[in-house]
Design a protein around this ligand. Sequence first.
Ligand SMILES: Cc1cc2nc3c(=O)[nH]c(=O)nc-3n(C[C@H](O)[C@H](O)[C@H](O)COP(=O)(O)OP(=O)(O)OC[C@H]3O[C@@H](n4cnc5c(N)ncnc54)[C@H](O)[C@@H]3O)c2cc1C
Length: 573
Amino acid sequence: MTREPMLWSGWGDPARARELPEPVRALLRDLLGVRSPETPPVPLEDVRLAPVSLSAALLEELGGVVGGPHVLTSHEARVRHARGKSTPDLLLMRAGDGLDAPDAVVLPGSHEEVAELLALCARERIAVVPFGGGTSVVGGLVASRAGFAGVVALDLGRMDRLLSVDAESMVAAFEPGLRAPEAERLLAAHGLTLGHFPQSYEYATLGGFAAARSSGQASAGYGRFDDMVAGLTVATPTGTLELGRAPKSAAGPDLRQLVLGSEGAFGVITSLRLRVRRAPAEKVYEGWRFGSFAEGTAALRALAQEGPLPTVVRLSDETETMVGLAKPDAIGASGGHGADGGTGVGSGHGAHGGHAADGGHGSRSADGGHGADGGTGGSGSGGAPGGCLVIAGYEGASVAAVRAGAAAVLTRLGGEPLGEEPGRSWEHGRFSAPYLRDSLLAAGATVETLETAGFWSGLPRLYDAVRLALHGALGSPLVMCHISHVYETGASLYFTVVTAQRGDPVEQWARAKEAATAAVVEAGGTVSHHHGVGRDHREAYAAELGPVGVQILRAVKDRLDPAGILNPGVLIP
Ligand SMILES: Cc1cc2nc3c(=O)[nH]c(=O)nc-3n(C[C@H](O)[C@H](O)[C@H](O)COP(=O)(O)OP(=O)(O)OC[C@H]3O[C@@H](n4cnc5c(N)ncnc54)[C@H](O)[C@@H]3O)c2cc1C
């Protein structure tokens, strides 16, 4: 592998690990009751792995397909492919539990090698987990072993080329293992961009984005990743699928949609044709303040329905705004995995605008009134302006007209302009937040996120229901929320939860997540707006699909992957 590996026990580049500033420690102690001593992860060499269950003969056969040096069974390679990057994944890895690790990591170099590997694995009943950037947060990288001779991680890291650029059609073809920053760098040489910037941008791959239906921070301007996919090549154990001959087609159902979001359970995406845009000459990000989450939501709805729509648009609720105000580079930017990266407006006000973690279980209306956790809906202490922060970003050849049009809508609906400083602060921290999660985990706090989407009319109920469920399950957590993907008909809700670790933190979060997921289903939201299904949402996804939908999924799986080797346990109920 030529690309830089990620920290095995946490996020990103180990050199960018961050200490928690004292005010954040105080906040954890005083508001959340985090008292535990600092716990570092176990050393990599002490991570417990199951013995390799594949025979030497099978490993040699795998090497016969991809070349011996591209079959890895070292302790380190297996540890690095054991799981994704959800908080439970990290808690388990930090504690030295690598029992989900594959027996071997196999790195194919071409579509043909992938196809040959799938045929071999189907014949020998070896489970195959496609592995892109390894940033899944829904348990998408752990296979069920039962009934298999072994498990291999099929790491697409060697398949990382820009294959072609059709500047006339504005379509570029890529191999799947290319990480997003590298894709942007290669496109920049042609004056182009994809415009896909999820918070996992620095490590996630194009194949992973398609396989998990990712959505980036600039989705309002560039669309979700699935909107960008013009064509796909997919290797399945049954044969190759070539999808997407024309920009639009009335030739029956669009089978690209079967592959998008299929999370490696139907086949391995071996190349992607993606719609590209001209790289923007201008980029401006700015902040706005609204009195309440409800007012801000109404303003975002107006932008989405009437326009003009900025390229980036996000609204933090009172609690997220307040915590961002308290320490822009710290908790407000924390949490983890979202199409976001903190909201701080850089005011440096006190860390206690209201009672951030006092946890009252009362239902809170989305009008931003008197929240269970902290939002006073009005002003924080120390002169913080309170209310709710909106970040609006404009990218394009020239942004003045859209910016002025959006400003008119925001002003008409009660927004107060805060200038470019909050926008700059957001831009600066947009990819650094996951590093803070590692520090918070070490300090004895659990930080995790969950997300959903619903129609505008149902959003307040969804918001209330999830918060109530999280408070019920966790006692006194800090629950923050934002909207960062808007559509004419609705929007996503993205929650960040911070709580003191009590007992087994993996179990503790599992209970909270279960309650929140049940609340999402009950309140009519989708089980995921952009993280996907994986193992974690599989059962709720089944409920969302209904019995006929589940039968369709199973039928497709049986036809494409009759031996069931592809990512067993993931996606398919
Ligand atoms: C800190 C953090 C922030 C995040 N922020 C966002 C965000 O803002 N927006 C968002 O949408 N998501 C986000 N995520 C989730 C994650 O980054 C996305 O799901 C992303 O699409 C995964 O890409 P990946 O290359 O890492 O795929 P992986 O995690 O390696 O794989 C994801 C799934 O797809 C399958 N897969 C991977 N490659 C292929 C392929 N070529 N063919 C078939 N199947 C394949 C895998 O088996 C797995 O089931 C975040 C995650 C983290 C940890």
